[in-house]
Design a protein. Structure first.
Length: 237
């Protein structure tokens, strides 16, 4: 028995896959998971769930640039907390069959966000929504309750002209009229995504260094963004 287990949908998806292979696992999606041993597992065909954090990152890419995106195979139901906050900020998000359409719906407004275990607001989307709040009207706050030291991207966003103040585990973000490109350095996976998003919205050139962090969670992100009009390229090493 696993107690205090993560409730994220990826954990449940892994358990469902193992059950399809003959395992006996119950409680996935809750904080207590029970595993009963079996003599052997078998092969199976199984479709792994889409990456909800990658999808969430693209949900922010549209409004931060003032564009519109159609996202296919988006795990929309697993992104309720993010979608709620995006709509509160003034983003138009709509599920339409097998696709999700997202665009800015007028002026963006700062909101208050608190990261929580699933199904609350995911800590892995904290940096990305902070980038969006940097170009929103008014002020908002982000309280990080899951991990310590997860505001290392703040100083890099400030290099781009953001107005962010830190106090303990809370960041207060006041929107600015524009961000300005500058060299920045990624400190972790989600921080690097937030810097790419901010760079898309900034005037001039933004160079994100140490993108090996980015590659841990996003496959060919520059190609995907270029395909929808972004001016982004991977610099030769």
């Amino acid at each position: 028995m696993l107690e205090n287990a993560a409730r994220e949908p990826e954990v449940a998806d892994l358990a469902n896959f193992l059950n399809a292979c003959g395992a006996r696992i119950s409680g996935q999606g809750t904080s207590v998971i029970r595993v009963e041993g079996v003599s052997s597992l078998r092969g199976c065909d199984y479709r792994v769930m889409p990456d909800r954090i990658e999808a969430g990152t693209f949900l922010i890419a549209a409004p931060i640039t003032g564009g519109e995106l159609e996202i296919l195979d988006c795990p929309f139901q697993e992104l309720d907390a993010l979608v709620y906050k995006l709509r509160e900020m003034g983003v138009w998000v709509q599920e339409d069959g097998e696709r999700v359409i997202v665009r800015r719906d007028g002026e963006l407004t700062g909101v208050d966000v608190t990261t929580q275990p699933h199904p609350g607001f995911p800590t892995d989307m904290q940096a990305q929504i902070m980038a969006l709040m940097c170009v929103a009207r008014g002020a908002g706050s982000i309280q990080e309750k899951i991990f310590e030291n997860r505001f290392m991207h703040v100083l890099e966003l400030v290099r781009l002209g953001a107005n962010i103040k830190l106090k303990d585990r809370t960041a207060v973000v006041r929107g600015v009229p524009k961000l300005v490109g500058a060299p920045v350095m990624a400190s972790d996976l989600r921080a690097s995504a937030s810097l790419v998003l901010a760079g898309l919205a900034a005037e001039g050139v933004t160079e994100v260094q140490r993108i090996y962090h980015l590659d841990r969670g996003y496959e060919n992100i520059e190609a995907k963004l270029s395909a929808v009009g972004a001016r982004i390229r991977r610099a030769p090493e």
